[in-house]
Structures are given as structure tokens and as C-alpha cells.
Design a protein around this ligand. Structure first.
Ligand SMILES: C[S@@+](CC[C@H](N)C(=O)[O-])C[C@H]1O[C@@H](n2cnc3c(N)ncnc32)[C@H](O)[C@@H]1O
Length: 279
């Protein structure tokens, strides 16, 4: 049973961190002319109107992208992310927020391929509508974990992957690690990004340990805590794990994370920017 809809959460602090990292990775991966395969295992609808009922019900974007809307950072990469989101809005007002597929589409070139998996029937239809018109883009109504493994190794020999499950099914935490192990066996040089929510810290500790024990190399982790861990209510932090990151990513995130915490977090908020496994 799929009940998660990203339209309730678009533009929240978790999306800000996820898409800030995604934009930097894709920006770097598309410097070389060589073709790239981008694979989004859990795509969502791809594009969101913040005035729509779902986003208005939770208003989570007000704690995320809205707080950055008029912000000028001293870090070019944070400004570039804010400008990227602005490019999806016709006026100065924050009205629309792009999902990961639209952000990826912005970076993908004619020589690249984008693969987008989505299982929810309604979001799949929206995704198809939002991504239509480009020959290099393929939308699949199939399981993204199996889909990813099936696409590796990619014909281009260069791959950039986003794994962003809803974690509604508690097995997702383990499935992520198992899928990564299979994907890495088939293609060890890809760049893999994994988003995670901190609802129960133990699950994330286990996921991190699973990755550390897997033998994969060069793993970094970036986490934004909008408040201190608690076992009383929902998500208090979220993170992105990046395997085979661009060489400057950690240096940039080391600089940006304190600024993001001061902009998006409660006084008890925190960040992590760590090299989990060395190169
Ligand atoms: C967190 S949302 C994705 C948000 C999107 N990546 C973004 O950043 O805009 C997760 C999506 O995964 C979909 N989903 C759940 N299980 C899936 C599976 N096994 N394969 C593909 N999609 C799945 C859900 O319907 C939901 O739309």
C-alpha cells in the first residue's frame, strides 16, 4: 500500500538539503562532455505547486525553501541552489518547487539519459506529464530498487543515482543497503546518493554501519538536524549519504552546513558533515 505523497512535503528542510547536494553532484558530473546516465529510483511527481491543497495542509515549505527565498549566502553553491529553484518560478514569489526529476532535467544534456522510477499511480501520471517531450528521458512505473540494479552497468559507463524512498515500509532501511551492495558489485565507480530521515536514530546508525561494513569506499554523510533527536514525534533530521562524491563536495558542505542550521533549525538543531569511509 503506497500512501506517501511528496506533494505534502515539497520544499521542506529535508528537500533543501537533498536538492542542494543533488544539484552540486549533477553540476560536477556534467562538466565533462562524456554521456551520463542519471537514475532516480523514487521520483515522485517531479513538480509541485505550493498553493495547492496538499502543500498548504502541512506548509512544510515555510520551514525550508521559504526561509532561503530572500537569502544571499557567501557560498556560491547555496546561492546557485536558490537561483535554480527561482528559475522554476515566473515571478519573485515562491509558487512552485521542483522535485528531483525536474532538478535533474535542468542539468541533463542531449548526450545524457535520465531514468525515473515511480510506483504511485497518481504520481506516476503527474511525473509522465511533467517529464514529457524529451527523448533522453524514460519514466518507469516499476520498483526503483530492482530497476536500478537492472540498469547497471550503464552503457555510458558513467552513472549518477538518487535513492530517495519514503521509508514507510521499515524494510526500506535494509533494502537500501542491500540494493547498494548489489549496485556497487555491478558498477563500483557510480556516484550514489541516498536520502534518509531521522525518525528513530537506531535505524540510521544501523544503516551507516551496514554501509561501513559493506566494503564500499569513499562514503560521505551530510545531515541537517532541525532539532535534537527525540523519540516522541516524527522526523527531526534528515541526511544525504554520497558514495563516490565529487572531490569538492565535503569542503563545500563543511562551509554551508553551519549557515543552513542557522537558517532552518531550532536552537537545538545541529549538522553532521563526515567522511564515513575513506577513499
Ligand atoms: C520521497 S518521495 C520522492 C521525492 C523525490 N525524489 C524528490 O526529491 O522530489 C518517494 C516516492 O517513492 C515512491 N515509491 C515508493 N516505493 C517505491 C518503489 N519501490 N519504487 C519506486 N517508487 C517508489 C513513492 O510513491 C513516492 O512518490
Amino acid at each position: 500500500m503506497l500512501s506517501y505523497r511528496h506533494s505534502f512535503h515539497a520544499g521542506n528542510p529535508a528537500d533543501v538539503l537533498k536538492h542542494l547536494v543533488l544539484a552540486q553532484v549533477l553540476n560536477y558530473q556534467t562538466i565533462k562532455d562524456k554521456p551520463l546516465d542519471y537514475i532516480d529510483t523514487h521520483s515522485g511527481a517531479g513538480f509541485f505547486e505550493l498553493a495547492a491543497a496538499d502543500a498548504q495542509k502541512t506548509q512544510e515549505y515555510q520551514d525550508g525553501i521559504e526561509k532561503l527565498w530572500h537569502h544571499k549566502s557567501e557560498h556560491a553553491e547555496l546561492n546557485e541552489y536558490i537561483e535554480l529553484i527561482k528559475s522554476f518560478n515566473d515571478t519573485d514569489e515562491l509558487t512552485f518547487y521542483p522535485g528531483s526529476p525536474k532538478i535533474a532535467e535542468h542539468y541533463l544534456r542531449r548526450q545524457d539519459k535520465g531514468w525515473f522510477f515511480e510506483l504511485h499511480p497518481r504520481d506516476l501520471l503527474l511525473l509522465e506529464e511533467n517529464m514529457q517531450g524529451k527523448r533522453s528521458i524514460r519514466v518507469r512505473g516499476e520498483d526503483g530498487f530492482a530497476g536500478l540494479v537492472g540498469l547497471l552497468p550503464p552503457a555510458s559507463r558513467r552513472a549518477c543515482v538518487l535513492i530517495d524512498p519514503p521509508y514507510e515500509i521499515k524494510d526500506d532501511y535494509e533494502t537500501v543497503v542491500k540494493t547498494l551492495v548489489k549496485a556497487y558489485q555491478r558498477f563500483a565507480t557510480g556516484t550514489y546518493m541516498i536520502w534518509y530521515p531521522v525518525v528513530d536514530r537506531e535505524r540510521i546508525d544501523n544503516m551507516e554501519q551496514g554501509l561501513i561494513d559493506s566494503g564500499m569506499r569513499n562514503i560521505q554523510l551530510f545531515e541537517l538536524g532541525t532539532e535534537a533527536d527525540t523519540d516522541v514525534h516524527g522526523m527531526t533530521a534528515s541526511g544525504m549519504i554520497v558514495i563516490n562524491p565529487p572531490w569538492k563536495l565535503k569542503q563545500t558542505m563543511d562551509a554551508i552546513m553551519p549557515e543552513l542550521v542557522s537558517l532552518l533549525s531550532e536552537p537545538s538543531g545541529f549538522y553532521r558533515s563526515e567522511q564515513l569511509v575513506d577513499e
